[in-house]
Design a protein around this ligand. Structure first.
Ligand code: NAP
Length: 284
């Protein structure tokens, strides 16, 4: 079997076009959805991520503010800046690019963001909303991964979904979303004994480990849908996922490539969450 390749770039374009219609409808009412991105310090990777987020907003005609703060800013000053943006009606979505420098408590930062503007979906209120099935904001990477499954026609209800990884930004919210879509969900971690026993039983396998090509074709159930969240460099410095694409695509039914799979969806869902935040602010 050769898997159907889930084209994240193409699906991201489709999804952006859908959200552009919603953004344009708000603009017709005089409301331009606005996103503020705070970056603390000058980590080069973070700078690239932030620039891409701001660019994606501009492409959809959204308003965006890029707020660069020095690495030695005090925690109190950062929290004060967040409070100021929370109160700014032009801004509907706010995120602080993580990681923040070590002298700043990232939990305090996340909790300082107004839950109504928390477009990363990391605030405990939004985490709680996802767990209890209430309306909140869901983290962009698992949100985008769910859309890839849905748009590819992968049926989720009643299927065994295995998520490898339990981070707050990917693994846990992904498992929660699959559960809400009525999958039977297993979460595997670094402590799982005999990982392949679980992966070989997965109809849907979501891999978010951070180890290049760790999941190989012989660990995959024939016909399974494989979502590779990983972003790593291989031995030649080339971008690759946590799944060994070459062997996996011979067994899987669907598979996301790296690059061009989950990656383009993450920023797309950030834009979607920002438009949604503006819609919710408008109906208040
Ligand atoms: P993370 O916080 O480091 O979490 C990694 C998870 O993998 C942990 O739960 C860890 O288990 C588990 N793990 C590590 N080794 C394992 C093993 N041998 N077997 C089974 N599980 C193992 O990473 P993350 O933030 O979730 O990110 C995961 C990957 O996704 C990274 O490559 C990251 O770059 C990528 N990513 C991509 C996007 C995107 O937009 N495409 C967005 C976010 C992240 P323990 O909990 O037991 O330590």
């Amino acid at each position: 079997m050769t898997a159907r390749i889930i084209d994240g770039k193409k699906i991201a374009q489709e999804v952006r076009a859908e959200w552009k219609v919603r953004a344009d409808a708000l603009k017709a009412q005089g409301i331009t959805p606005g996103l503020a991105v705070i970056i603390v310090g000058d980590d080069p990777a973070s700078k690239v991520y932030v620039a891409n987020k701001v660019k994606a907003c501009a492409e959809l005609g959204l308003y965006s503010e890029h707020i660069a703060l020095p690495a030695d800013i005090s925690e109190a000053a950062l929290l004060a800046k967040i409070a100021e943006i929370n109160a700014n009606p032009k801004i509907h979505g706010l995120l602080v690019q993580l990681p923040v420098p070590k002298h700043i408590d990232s939990s305090k930062v996340i909790e300082a963001i107004s839950p109504e503007k928390d477009v990363d979906g990391f605030h405990p209120i939004n985490v709680g909303a996802l767990s209890t099935g209430n309306t909140g904001f869901v983290p962009c990477t698992p949100y985008g991964s769910m859309i890839l499954l849905q748009k590819s026609g992968v049926s989720i209800e009643g299927k065994h979904a295995v998520v490898i990884g339990r981070s707050n930004i990917v693994g846990k919210p992904m498992a929660m979303m699959l559960l809400q879509a009525n999958a039977t969900v297993t979460i595997c971690t670094s402590k799982t004994v005999d990982l392949a026993k679980y992966t070989r039983d997965a109809d849907i396998l979501v891999v978010a480990i951070g180890k290049a090509k760790m999941v190989t074709g012989n660990m995959i159930k024939p016909g399974a849908a494989v979502i590779d969240v990983g972003m790593n460099r291989d031995e030649h410095g080339k971008l690759c996922g946590d799944v060994d694409f070459e062997s996996a695509k011979e067994v899987a039914g669907w598979i996301t490539p790296v690059p061009g799979g989950v990656g383009p969806m993450t920023i797309t869902m950030l834009v979607a969450n920002t438009v949604q935040a503006a819609e919710r602010a408008t109906v208040k």
